[in-house]
Design a protein around this ligand. Structure first.
Ligand code: GH3
Ligand code: MG
Ligand code: MG
Ligand code: MG
Ligand code: MG
Length: 308
């Protein structure tokens, strides 16, 4: 292998987890070596059973599977079929590595769900090139997923994806009896901004509020643009008292921010509702409903305040 047949790693490609399945220790070591040099995180398995065990562990999200054809407890074909069936959270790029590269086998592997082929003996240049071809597809998937899940104006997650994301936190909080709070807020008299400064300025205000909002949360918090000028956050392991403190800080921060528009500088205030999960709640919607009722109360009481 001359070095010039392998291009330098592309720094823009995300370095991903790769599961390499082969019963030959030498091949596992070789592939691991080649891919680690490229920045991939490689985990190896020597049988179908071990591969499935590793896939079930939550700590890795494998973007790639490189599998051998003949394994001690089954065939790579069955493994691929099974993986395509069980992994639905994201696309896994699957490469079948084999020395049986005749047309009939190629067709079988592709039909089972493989994306690509790698001839044995393994050539580093070919392996790296095929992985990069997979990276291009995965990068496209990441971009499309982001577009589908984000609100166009603020870039925040949409309500649909938010509801999906909180389901997991909701059951975790239930199972371990952990506090979980919801904060929902709405910009006060936002219609006036549109009326006085125009819709484009209203959009600018929404963007700025979205930025302050996402800037104020922890990584573990789940947030979204809930509706027109309404935003929502789910705060795991947070009690009502802590959530109120956080909401009050957010309220202040927004109220104190001068938002610079093309033709003016404006300040907006927000009304916020806070609720915590109660033992008798059955659905996550109940939590948001109660926070929403608190938000309405904050509006009635004169706006620019937090109600829990
Ligand atoms: P309140 O204090 O009761 O919340 O009063 P408000 O004026 O904020 O509430 P209202 O529900 O009367 O008006 C909300 C406005 O938000 C109306 C709608 O046109 C505007 N809006 C919703 N989505 C967008 C958007 O994406 N961009 C802009 N510029 N305006 C939006
Ligand atoms: Mg084998
Ligand atoms: Mg309203
Ligand atoms: Mg409003
Ligand atoms: Mg509203």
């Amino acid at each position: 292998m001359t070095p010039d047949t392998v291009n330098p790693p592309d720094p823009n490609l995300i370095r991903s987890h790769v599961l390499v399945v082969d019963d030959d220790r030498l091949i596992r070591t070789l592939i691991r070596e080649f891919l680690s040099r490229e920045g991939y995180e490689v985990v190896t398995a020597e049988s179908c059973r071990e591969a499935l065990e590793v896939l079930e562990e939550e700590k890795h999200q494998f973007k790639f599977l490189v599998t051998d054809w003949e394994l001690p407890d089954g065939s790579g074909i069955d493994l691929i079929r099974h993986v395509r069936h069980v992994v639905s959270s994201h696309y896994m790029y699957i490469v079948m590595a084999t020395s049986h590269g005749n047309r009939e086998n190629l067709t079988r592997a592709l039909n089972a769900g493989a994306d690509d082929f790698l001839a044995k003996p393994i050539d580093r240049g070919e392996l790296v090139a095929r992985m990069r071809s997979g990276q291009r597809i995965l990068a496209l998937e990441t971009r499309l997923t982001h577009l589908a899940n984000s609100d166009l104006l603020t870039g925040l997650p949409t309500r649909r994806v938010f509801e999906e994301m909180i389901a997991k936190e909701w059951s975790r909080a239930r199972r371990y009896r952990l506090p979980l709070s919801c904060v929902i807020f709405d910009i006060d008299y936002f219609k006036r901004i549109n009326d006085v400064h125009g819709h484009a300025s209203g959009d600018q205000v929404l963007k700025e509020i979205g930025r302050i909002f996402s800037d104020s949360v922890r990584k573990s918090d789940i947030i979204c643009r809930y509706g027109g000028e309404e935003f929502c956050a789910i705060l795991p392991e947070t009690s009502t008292a802590q959530a109120c403190l956080w909401a009050e800080n957010l309220r202040k921060r927004i109220a104190e921010t001068d938002i610079v528009l093309d033709s003016a500088v404006v300040n907006v205030t927000t009304s916020l509702g806070v609720a915590e999960t109660l033992a008798e709640m059955e659905e996550q919607e109940e939590l948001i409903d109660i926070a929403d009722q608190c938000l309405s109360e904050a509006k009635q009481k004169g706006r620019n305040q937090v109600v829990s």
